[in-house]
Design a protein around this ligand. Structure first.
Ligand SMILES: [Zn+2]
Length: 132
């Protein structure tokens, strides 16, 4: 676990937990270092679609960062079984928002249409149509 600190979120109007992602051990020219970034550990449904006032990033990117840092929000990620477009395996992925799920096996963020079922579980219903 990352060390977390309590901060006040003006959007959620409550105290939340934030942490700073560790710097990558091997920063290469091909990779943008993703260490030293503020992530909110309490990012949740109330934050969907907004720009986080603490990090200045969209909540989707917050979710991606959180997932890649191996962190989970306090309430835990919902999961959904999806066949990964990255590694081809059927994985129980972390739901980032209504159209994205994160594969823990190959670290691919999948674009997938998700619907939330009664009871809070998610089901994949297909792929979003490409823009082009
Ligand atoms: Zn995968």
């Amino acid at each position: 676990m990352l060390e977390s600190e309590v901060a006040y979120c003006p959007h959620c109007k409550k105290d939340i937990h934030v942490a700073v992602t560790p710097a990558p051990e091997h920063a290469t020219h091909a990779n943008v270092p993703d260490g030293g970034q503020l992530v909110c550990l309490d990012v949740g449904e109330a934050c969907e679609g907004i720009v986080c006032p603490l990090s200045g990033k969209s909540t989707l990117m917050m979710g991606v960062r959180l997932a890649r840092a191996g962190e989970e929000p306090v309430e835990g990620w919902p999961h959904v079984d999806v066949i990964c477009e990255g590694c081809g395996a059927k994985e129980s992925m972390e739901v980032l928002d209504g159209t994205h799920a994160f594969c823990p096996r190959c670290k691919t963020t999948n674009s997938v249409m998700l619907i939330k079922m009664a009871g809070g579980t998610y089901r994949a219903v297909g792929r979003p149509r490409p823009d082009t």
